[in-house]
Design a protein around this ligand. Structure first.
Ligand SMILES: NC(=O)c1ccc[n+]([C@@H]2O[C@H](COP(=O)([O-])OP(=O)(O)OC[C@H]3O[C@@H](n4cnc5c(N)ncnc54)[C@H](OP(=O)(O)O)[C@@H]3O)[C@@H](O)[C@H]2O)c1
Length: 339
């Protein structure tokens, strides 16, 4: 089969479109012919060596993928050939709290991933795609959507609460859709005016531009009667955390998710004096993915897909993601290469 493999080192020059053997399912595994895979900022970090400098290579990249079961292992009960499935980001996190084993079972880093014609999944770490959702749509769920879901649900998001979102990437736009479905009030920051408008059209209650309004924490306090947001989905990391700490209400929750804004310094005084809850989020379990998919169906939530690329154009798609040109998700359509 064809696959995108990182081999021989880090950097785009080491990302190869190459032939590898189709894997054989073990007793508890299913073999899935992929139809779509979505990109995450993580994929850029992995290629650059910033995600895990000790990553074992060669590795097929990609954590998110949806396709059709084509073969099953001898002990597989949950799926049959022909079923449409989406894989879990972590292949060993089924339910309960995150464990060391689960954290080391991620697709596209610890195990071969979804930028390939076929992927092996544990039978317990896949989910049937609900009717009405396409492969392309389902392929956006495993990482970005589940991360936003986990952050919102862990913080008890609900009516009357104010949620702050940073940017209009995959995690933040799922955060917007899910938080609105929970009847929360959503404030959103974007560095681009047109994206701000699009976020408002999607339901954001108020938006601001973090480039023209670098002191956006003041804007958040103004928007909340001086109180601050109840929950922030922090995708910026150290570069934005200081401001998020100024924008959060006393006793509020900051879900630590991403690293988009680079380095920065943090004043621990703000954390303790505001009694802020800092909650690290690492995607989520299969149980959470199931709960999220039911919620998506119930509220008829359709993923925001900026564009699809033929999967042969992965380097171009990654460059688009790196430049932040997108609004929502970027998806690869996986077309069989034959032979
Ligand atoms: N912890 C986890 O489990 C987990 C899971 C998923 C993702 N992540 C991390 O979360 C982050 C977001 O992931 P993603 O897939 O949603 O990324 P993405 O789709 O690439 O989102 C990028 C967008 O974020 C916005 N942005 C960039 N720099 C910003 C800044 N300094 N301040 C505010 N917004 C900024 C921009 O939106 P505008 O153009 O609108 O400004 C940009 O288009 C990444 O660091 C990723 O690695 C972590």
């Amino acid at each position: 089969m064809k696959a995108w493999v990182l081999q021989g080192g880090f950097g785009l020059s080491h990302l190869h479109w190459t032939d590898v053997p189709i894997p054989t399912p073990g007793p508890h595994q299913i073999l899935v012919r992929l139809h779509a895979a979505s990109l995450n900022y993580r994929d850029i970090l992995i290629v650059e060596g910033a995600y895990n400098p000790r990553l074992a290579l060669p590795r097929i990249l990609g954590s998110d993928g949806a396709g059709e079961v084509v073969a099953v292992g001898s002990q597989v009960q949950r799926f049959r050939p022909g079923e449409r499935v989406v894989g879990c980001f972590m292949q060993s996190w089924i339910d309960g709290p995150l464990t060391d084993e689960a954290a080391r079972s991620t697709l596209g880093a610890d195990r071969d991933g979804t930028f390939a014609e076929y992927v092996l999944l544990e039978q317990d770490a896949a989910l049937a795609i609900p009717p009405g959702y396409s492969f392309v749509q389902a392929a956006t769920w495993p990482c970005a959507a589940l991360t936003a879901w986990n952050a919102l649900v862990s913080a008890g998001c609900g009516p009357g609460q104010t949620v702050l979102l940073l940017g209009t990437g995959g995690v933040s736009l799922f955060g917007l859709q899910l938080a609105k479905a929970y009847k929360a009030r959503v404030l959103l920051l974007s560095g681009q005016e047109t994206k701000r408008q699009r976020a408002e059209a999607l339901g954001a209650d108020a938006t601001a531009n973090y480039r023209t309004l670098p002191e956006w924490d003041r804007w958040v306090r103004e928007q909340t009667g001086g109180r601050g947001a109840d929950l922030i989905l922090e995708v910026g990391g150290a570069g934005t955390l200081e401001r998020s700490l100024r924008a959060i209400r006393r006793g509020g929750t900051i879900a630590l998710i991403g690293v988009l804004a680079g380095r920065g310094t943090i004043d621990p005084m703000l954390i303790l004096m505001k009694a802020v809850r800092l909650q690290g989020i690492f995607v989520g379990s299969r149980r959470q993915l199931e709960e999220m998919s039911r919620f998506m169906v119930q509220h008829a939530l359709v993923p925001v897909i900026d564009r699809c690329y033929p999967w042969t154009e992965l380097p171009t798609a990654l460059e688009c993601l790196r430049k932040g040109e997108h609004f929502g998700k970027i998806v690869l359509e996986i077309i069989p290469q034959g032979g």
